[in-house]
Design a protein around this ligand. Structure first.
Ligand SMILES: [Zn+2]
Ligand SMILES: [Zn+2]
Length: 130
């Protein structure tokens, strides 16, 4: 599929806002009128609850202790150490590899694909990695 080419990318044309369906002058690639573009931009992507992102650890210890935790991501068996501080209760839920949402999504995506591959019988003998 070929994307349409614009001779002049900065040319403004009459567009229809996907939000309010009003006409506005904008770039051919824009989707919303200036007003809605602003609102869309300002909206936070997705609020992730603290609970989902963190684990709550309470300790009676007076000193900093180190504890091993399993990564909270399904399918990840990484064990990582967290320092537990007496007055802090929120700690990361995921191993250092999966601290970012992007990494977790990628991991789950890879896992899905591997699962599919395993189900399918190998037709072509040796499979090459890399
Ligand atoms: Zn609009
Ligand atoms: Zn992990």
């Amino acid at each position: 599929m070929l994307l349409p080419r614009y001779k002049n990318r900065n040319r403004l044309i009459v567009m229809v806002c996907q939000e309010c369906h009003h006409e506005y002058l904008g770039h051919p690639i824009s989707k919303y009128c200036p007003k809605h573009r602003e609102i869309k931009n300002r909206k936070p992507k997705k609020k992730i609850k603290q609970k989902e992102m963190n684990r709550i650890v309470k300790t009676n210890a007076f000193d900093v202790i180190e504890r091993a935790f399993k990564c909270g991501l399904r399918g990840c068996k990484n064990i990582f150490l967290i320092k537990i501080y007496p007055r802090q209760t929120l700690y990361p839920k995921f191993c250092p590899e999966h601290r970012t949402e992007y990494r977790r999504k990628y991991f789950l995506e890879q896992r899905k694909q591997n699962g599919k591959k395993r189900k399918r019988r190998r037709k072509h003998g040796k499979s090459h990695r890399h």
